[in-house]
Write a protein that binds this ligand. Sequence first.
Ligand SMILES: Nc1ncnc2c1ncn2[C@@H]1O[C@H](COP(=O)(O)OP(=O)(O)OP(=O)(O)O)[C@@H](O)[C@H]1O
Length: 223
Amino acid sequence: MLSAEGVELFYGETQAIRHAEMLLRRGEIAAITGQSGSGKSSLLYCLAGVVPVADGEVRFQGRVLGRMDDQDLCALRREHFGFVFQYGELLPELTVDENAALPLRLLGHRKGPALAEAREVLGRLGLGKFGRRRPSQLSGGQCQRVAVARALVHKPTVVFADEPTGSLDSGNASAVLHEFLTLARSMGTAVVLVTHDRHVASRADSLYEMCDGVLVPRAREAV
Ligand SMILES: Nc1ncnc2c1ncn2[C@@H]1O[C@H](COP(=O)(O)OP(=O)(O)OP(=O)(O)O)[C@@H](O)[C@H]1O
């Protein structure tokens, strides 16, 4: 469904990704661990078509992202991809419901049905009562759940999650991650999860380690 074939990425003289090979199947949860600065986030951006690769190809459902024009790539990302970042990156002026409904609004859904969908997903994450609050009125864990709801509300094909629980304490991180992966699995959504946390990575179907720009597949027992 999503693949990287010989992907290379440079920032000026710095080579961030060296010939990365990866295959993500429908509904698969893949985790990428590795030291700070090893290139995990950079690979995520390549896979999501956010940065153009210097060499090699990223393919999504048979289409080479690097050969698509900006408009088509944006439309593909909007429909098929979801994103969760370390700090939820919620919009402070919108309510929780409105934040979670954003991807549907960007896809052209009317406000009422989009909010109803958002409330349904928020409810599955235990936030049914918080829809009318602003993000500033939520805890860190609740904000990350809203970010998860926003990433999944449009039932994307794949969610890219960059340290989605990195800002939370370990108990909270574990709970949010469990809810995130359970919801993604129930929707058949694939996840590429970047994390420093090897325990978090052990919940994935497939594991990779990024070592100085080189992506190395790892056996589950190695974690
Ligand atoms: N915009 C940029 N311009 C120049 N160099 C960059 C840029 N972004 C990242 N880098 C460099 O590319 C390399 C990989 O960075 P990247 O953020 O992908 O690593 P990471 O494994 O995600 O790190 P962390 O776990 O700390 O987030 C690092 O050497 C970093 O300094």
